[in-house]
Design a protein around this ligand. Structure first.
Ligand code: NAP
Ligand code: GLV
Length: 311
């Protein structure tokens, strides 16, 4: 089993050691030392590979995305069309996102962005937070990460609802919505909106000004999905008008966010540099090796990208 590895900003040895711990026989080749396609079949494990690189290696049997998102691959116009793509879905990634969302929902519920602003001017501004049961947390995207976030949030007693493309079976502790026809009802009750949708043709700019205004007055938004889901000019407008009280944005259409972007100055907006859930080699290595075995046994791998759906 040969792995062609591509990642810019993380020590490769940590990944190599984690993968070898799962299978000491595998051969780990870190870019640019990928060798020749003539060297025989291989699997790619990549994050933001150089456009055009993957097409030069027709020996790649499957491409593992080092993240749950695959937009870093599909933006390459030369991406091989017939090679299966497998998205990350290991427990470490789910746990990381669940923690980030629990932290963020609590911060917005307990009005921390406002309190931190008051501290800057030494203002002793006491605020009264509603009970968790009176706060509706709407989770947009109820896939691997949306579900993990919901499980983490359940013990706090929030009124949880989800929204996704396809209908979900009834479940204790959360009400499900699905389909475009229910989006307005879903949004209009959500005091805190958690965005965990992938970026697809259907989801780009889904949260435009009209939809942002469907959220209740004083709502908060947390985006851990992809930056393209929200029209940032519209968000700026509805935050300035006070319709949206506070927000946390972890992802942006262009990263890093330009230093002259007006959102840096938006009060009660928390900006984090795409750190909500970073793939952890210790849990991801098992996921990759396990799924290579599945592929080699002719079984269906976990989380295979469906190009038609776009996720
Ligand atoms: P997933 O398991 O594929 O779940 C995606 C969810 O979005 C599903 O519930 C899906 O609906 C729903 N969805 C997709 N298109 C939709 C549409 N047009 N309308 C309504 N719902 C739609 O993905 P995941 O593993 O949870 O990851 C979600 C995203 O999180 C990734 O794509 C990535 O962009 C982002 N992410 C961010 C970070 C970070 O650090 N900020 C880390 C990891 C991932 P169905 O259930 O009906 O299929
Ligand atoms: C991170 O953004 C991921 O897609 O895993």
């Amino acid at each position: 089993m040969r792995i062609l590895f591509y990642l810019d900003d993380y020590p490769h040895e940590i990944w190599r050691d984690a993968l070898l711990a799962e299978n000491p026989d595998l051969e780990f080749r870190s870019y640019p030392d990928w060798g020749s396609p003539e060297d025989g079949p291989a699997y790619a494990l990549v994050w933001e590979p150089k456009p055009g690189l993957l097409k030069d290696y027709p020996n790649i049997q499957a491409i593992f995305s080092m993240g749950a998102g695959i937009d870093h691959l599909t933006r390459d116009p030369q991406l091989p069309k017939d090679t299966p793509i497998i998205r990350m879905g290991d427990d470490g990634l789910k746990e990381g996102m669940a923690e980030f969302m629990a932290m963020s929902v609590l911060m917005h519920h307990r009005q921390m962005p406002y309190l931190l602003e008051q501290q800057k001017t030494k203002n002793w501004a006491r605020v009264f937070a509603p009970a968790a049961k009176d706060v509706q947390v709407g989770i947009m995207g109820y896939g691997a990460l949306g579900k993990a976030a919901a499980e983490k949030l359940k013990p706090f007693g929030y009124n949880l609802v989800s929204w996704s493309r396809t209908a979900k079976a009834p479940e204790e502790g959360i009400k499900h919505y699905s389909g475009t026809e229910t989006i307005d009802e879903f949004l209009s009750g959500s005091n805190i909106l958690v965005c965990l949708l992938p970026e697809t043709k259907e989801t780009i700019n889904l949260l435009d000004k009209e939809r942002l205004l469907k959220l209740p007055q004083g709502a908060s938004i947390i985006n851990g999905g992809r930056g393209g889901l929200i029209d940032l000019d519209a968000l700026e407008e509805v935050m300035t008008s006070g319709h949206i009280e506070s927000a946390t944005l972890d992802v942006f259409p262009k990263e890093p966010l330009n230093t002259d972007h007006p959102l840096w100055h938006q009060e009660k907006l928390i900006i984090t540099p795409h750190v909500a859930a970073i793939t952890r080699p210790d849990t991801a290595a098992n996921y990759v090796v396990r799924n290579i075995k599945k592929l080699e046994n002719g079984e269906e791998p976990e989380n295979k990208l469906d190009l038609n759906r776009g996720y």
